[in-house]
Design a protein. Sequence first.
Length: 330
Amino acid sequence: MTRLHRLRRPTGPLAIVSFCAIAILGWAGLAHATDVVVPGTTDFPESMSASSDGTLYFSSFGNGRVWRAKPGEAQASEFIKTGSNGLASALGVLADDKSNTLYVCSDDFSAAGIKIPGGTATSLKLFDLKTGEAKGSIPTPGSPTLCNDIVVGSDGTAFVSDSFSGQVLRLKPGAKEFEVWTQDPRWKVEGKAQLDGIAMLSDGAIYTNLFEGDGLYRISVNADGSAGTITKLQTSRPLYHSNGLRAFGPNKLIMVGGETKGNLDLITIDGDNAKIETIKGGFDGPVSLVQVGDQIYVLDVPLRYLLGQEAKDKKAPPPFTAFAVKAPQQ
C-alpha cells in the first residue's frame, strides 16, 4: 500500500466466521457477470465486501463514502454519502447480514492532505446494510491508531485490526466501546502500518497478516473468548505487502499481496505451516478481495496515485476495478 501506510490493514471452537462476515459466500449464481468498476478518479476504494445476495460494497479512501454494486451491475453507485455518520477516509468494510450491519473503518488522513468534510476521529462506523442509515460510531482506543479491517464471529462479536497500535480490538454485540483483545510487540513498528487483514477459520482461531513486515499469524481463542497463544506461521515463501485476508473453506485463506505485479494467493494451513500458492498474478496494486459464488473479486487500486510519486506528478490513476477471477476448487 506504498508510503501512505507509514502514515496510516467468538469464542472457543464455535467461533466460526459468520457466513457473510468477511465475505465467503458460497452460493452459486451470485457472481457478477463481469468486472466491476468504481467510477471516477478520486475515491481510491481500499476495501470491499459482499452481502449474502452478492451485492458488493466498496470503501472510499479518498472521499469518505461507500459505493455499492448490485448483482449483475458492472459499475458501482454511491450508497453512503461523504462524511455520513462522521465517516472520514474509509478503509476496511464488512457486510454482515446476520446483524444487518455494514461495518466501515474510518480514519483521519488529514495530515496527508486528505480532508473529508464532516469526517471525525478514527473509529468504526456502523450503518444499516440495506438503507445505509447510521447505526453507531465506536472510537478506536489509544494513539496512534488506525482502524484497518474487520471480521465478525458467529456470535456477532467484531474484531478489528489496528495497524498502528499493534492491537486486535474486540467489540461485543451491543457494546459502546472497544476492548483491547490482544497485542504483540511483533505487530508494532514505529511509523509503519503492520497489522492488516483479519479473518477467522473453522478452527475458531483468528488469523492476521502484516503489511509492512513479513508475517502471517494465528491467534487461538480460549473457551472464555479471551485471546490465547499467538503463533507466527511458517510460510512456504516470504510475504510482501500482504493486504486483505479472507477465509476460503475450513483450513484455507485467500489474500492479496505485493504492489506492482501483485498476486491473489491461496493459503493452506497445516498445523504451524502455511503453503502459499498464487492463483493469479500481475495486478497493479491489489488492496482487497471477496468471494462471491465461484468468483473471487480482486480490488486493484494502486494507492501510489493517491499519496505516492504518481500523485505528486498529478498522474491519473487507472480505473478502480474489482476483477473477477475464477475461484480454485475447494
